[in-house]
Structure formats: structure tokens, C-alpha cells
Write a protein that binds this ligand. Sequence first.
Ligand code: DOR
Ligand code: ZN
Ligand code: ZN
Length: 443
Amino acid sequence: MADLVVKNARILLPDRIFDGGVVVENGRISGIKCNTDLPDADEIIDANGNYLLPGLIDCHVHFREPGASSKEDWFTGSCAAVAGGITTVLDMPNTQPPTITMDRLEEKRKIVMDKALVDYGFHFGATLDNKNDLMKLNRVASVKFYMSRTTGNLQVDSEAIIFEDFKILSEKKIPATVHAENNDMVEYWLNKLKDKKDADAMDYAEFRSNICAANAVNTVLFLSRIAKNRLHICHVSTVEELELIRKNKTSNITVEVTPHHLFLTKNDIKRLGNYSKVNPPLRSERDRKALWNAIEEGLIDVIATDHAPHLKKSKERDILTASAGLPGIETMLPLLLNEVNKGRLSIFKLIRLTSENPARIFRIKNKGKIEIGYDADFVIVDMDIEKKVRNEDLFTKCKWSPFDGWKLKGWPVKTFIRGNLVFDEGSIEKIHGTEVAYMEDGS
Ligand code: DOR
Ligand code: ZN
Ligand code: ZN
């Protein structure tokens, strides 16, 4: 007798759709079978002919603990994740205190262990002087480099140190993730912005311009070519970055884009005001189109949310002191399914960009695919449900979305983590999220 059977599903295998059911034993997928061949089970769930996708792996979230749990905590962040079809998150190190020593990593582990519903892993933060920690590092998804100032002052603006760190990570086979904006340029133009009378959100986006990002991408592409390390470039947002990546991409380089850069532009700044403030900023329609073309072309490896919740009150300040960042974990999958419904994105590409590739890039064991022996992490989506994103329906503690009011067709209805039904048409079942295991831990 199996623990769980999900029958009548259109199962998204990596290269084809299989009509049938998934069998789960001990939290793992133990069978993928035609409906007529399915065994008996303690629990049988009917997917009603809907798609069953591998659970999404959001490799870029800011869950704010320790230090800013008024914005998000691991319980609210987890609820938001599973409501958005996400079964694993990789958390960024710019918490307070930041995750920049082994002790801090252990402290974060203890907090998260008790509160997470979703499965998780951690990115470690590079600083100007934590080489010794990098050398000892294991059980992390990556080491994150903030090349310029953003939320949390975790900043490595020395190219020499970035290069030396890349070489250490190359030895240890741990990927480097980068927030690539050139610090000198960002600071120079932010200072100019300070001098401008009545600076607003549009000025912020204009001053923190494409060249800041492209210049930094150019630098890290070069440094990592020499250091021969694995490099993951976060939230690529401009035509210029894409051109550089197109010329220099190797199997060591992977590229991420966010839903906000795929669906919003500077035109949305009028509507969103300071709520639109994010680093890197919203860009032009030309940039947005180029990102979609790059997805089509296969240049983009990952779509990740960069879920960066901030309370309304910290957005409702003047543009220079307003917090930067957008929440996005609950809206990514519906936004993308809506594109699938419109025929603009293939469902196979969707699962590759949000599940299979993040698992591969960050070396996560037994996740990212519907396959026998893999964790039973999956999401049933109903492609016919059409409804509006509404701030009041969100699980995130910050309770707002830049997509509030958008009508989207295609929504997650049931989310399973290791065979546990954690999200079921709006209700949440509490389970204990577990930390992911890595293929090579570098130790
Ligand atoms: O806008 C941003 N917000 N960019 C970042 O790099 C960090 C993030 C945050 O943590 O709020
Ligand atoms: Zn970033
Ligand atoms: Zn981020």
C-alpha cells in the first residue's frame, strides 16, 4: 500500500506529458503509472485532468529572518511560497545580522528549522574579509556577492577580492551568485540624485541606469573566466547585459531573470510610485522585450522571484530612503501560467526555468523533476481558473503586490512537499520544511 497516489494528472515529465498518476512512498516518488495501473494508497487525490508540475524551486528569496521579521518571517514566507506552487526556496544572506560566518549560518539554521513549511537552502554572503569562512564553507547553495549597496549593506566592491574569492569557490565547486551593479557608478549617480529637487521614483530608475548593471556584468564575466568558477548572474534586466552574456556565456555561466523585470517597466512607475523601487530598477519596454527574446533563445537559465518584502510604511517615504525590493513569490507561477495560456511560453520551458535548472545549478539532490526516486514535490495547476491578484489574499506579511488587480488565467490549486499536501485551494497544512542536500558539498 502506497502512502499517496495522485491520479488523473497530466504529468509534466522533462520532455513529455504523461497522462496518469504519481505514487508516493516515504516522501519520494516511487511510481509514475497509467491510471489503470495505480496501486491502492492511504490517500488518493484526484487531479481532475490538471497539469502536475515539479514543485518550483525559487533560488532567490529574502525571508528576512533574523532581523526584520516584521517584513516577513519563515512562516509567512513559507505560506506565500506554497500558495505560489513553490516547494523549495534558497534564502539570501542580507539578513540582520548577515549570513557571513559559519556561526551566523548555524544561527539562521536554528531559526528556520522551527518555522519553515517549505524546503530550503541558504546562500552565504561574501564580505571584504571573510575568505577564511569561504574556505571552510559547506552545505550552502552559493556565495553571494553584492557588488554595490542595496538592502542590508552587504557589499564587496573590490574586484581583487571578488577575484580571489572566485578562485576559492572554483576549488570548492561552490557557485558564486552576483548582484551585479557597479558600485562606483551607483554611488556617483545616487549622489547626483540627492542634489536633484523633488527626485521621484522615475528619477531613481533613470539614475541607476543600465550601464551600472552592464559594467558590473562585464567585470564578473571576465573575472570568472580567469578564475574558472561557476557564476550565476542574478536578476539580469538590460539589453546591454544580455549582449555581454551572449558573447561570453560558457557552461560555467548561468543567468537569472525576475518576474518583475519580465512583466513591469518604467511605465508602471507612474502607477506604483515608490513601491516600484527595486535594485536593479525597472527598465524600458525595449529591455523587457529583450528578456523575453532571451528566454525564447535559451540564454536565460532561471526565473526566480527575488521576493524582497518591505512593509508599506517603509515604501511610503521619500524615494532616497524608501526601501528597495518587490514581493513576488505568490505571483510568479500564475504570471507565467497566464503566458502559457496565451501561447507565449511553453510549459516545458516554464518547468525547466523554475525547477529543473535551479536544482541543477545549485546542486540540489533529488529535486527539480518528476522522476522515480526524487522527492515528491509537485504542484497541481488549474489552467482554467481566471482570477485577480488581490493584496488582501496574499500570505506574505507585507500584504501588497505590484500586480494587485491583474487578472491572470492559470493558478496553482494544490502543492505537495515530500508527499505532504501543504497548500490545498487556499488552506495551509503545517509541516516541517527540511534543508536541502547538495550533490557536492565542497568539503
Ligand atoms: O531591491 C532589492 N531588494 N535589491 C536587492 O538586491 C536586495 C533586496 C532586498 O533585500 O530588499
Ligand atoms: Zn540583488
Ligand atoms: Zn535579491
